[in-house]
Design a protein around this ligand. Sequence first.
Ligand code: COA
Length: 260
Amino acid sequence: MNYENILVQQENGLGTITINRPKKLNALNKATITELHQAFDALNKDASTKVIIITGSGEKAFVAGADISEFADFSVAQGAELAKNGQDILFDFVANLSTPVIAAVNGFALGGGLELAMAAHFRVASDNAKMGLPEVSLGVIPGYGGTQRLPQLVGKGKAMEMVMTAGMIGAEEAKECGLVNHVTTQEELLPLAHKIAGKIMRNSSVAIGHAIKAINDNYTDGTNGFETEITQFGICFGTDDFKEGTTAFLEKRKAAFPGK
Ligand code: COA
């Protein structure tokens, strides 16, 4: 597939999506959101993809937010539709993928940019990264899941302060409050993400997909995560990966998971 706003690579089980609008600090316009949906969907459907990394091009930004120029004159209905469509096709979509998604935050991650990083399953950041939800400074609130995912990650009080002040926090503070898992230099950011991806790839991709669902159901209205865990745990017993994992352990060898 040819994309205009993103770059997609797939090599040795690792899919990498790079948002490629550096002159606009990788701001998420409608076309980019659509392309991101298509790329995530295609990589997730390809069973050979074991991990997906999402990052931004250039040295300055992961994503500096939703593209403000596109919605400045929207009506109430158009505003609501913008948030709903974005959540449906990108932010919730990514959060619920069965393939693990790591956000490599390589600079500004603001507004929709931080919301995209938070929709990923976890985050690593470079030491120049700056993160925040500045929407109230524009007279609007986060609309791509930020009011829900930020408190889940950093706690309610810290999220309230970040949203109300519209301020940015640096990478170390983001690590201290649980927003990112690791901080490194800009040069080492992708190598670090690859190293973590490598550790993930050694395990059963099928089991990882079930684990993502069970963890997410702790945060999903109307579902009981413990019940999901019981169901998903049971399903694993019917998979080839489970047979291979347990057999390999008992035979004292490394598992070669078929991914089924
Ligand atoms: N939407 C649209 N365009 C954006 C953008 C966004 N969210 N963020 C940056 N850009 C554009 C700028 O308009 C500028 O375009 P231009 O060169 O055509 O004028 C270009 O990206 C570079 O940004 P600039 O502001 O000149 O860089 P800077 O280093 O001075 O400042 C930021 C960087 C991130 C502090 C600043 O761009 C900013 O505040 N962006 C908006 C952040 C935001 O509010 N995001 C939430 C949106 S809901």
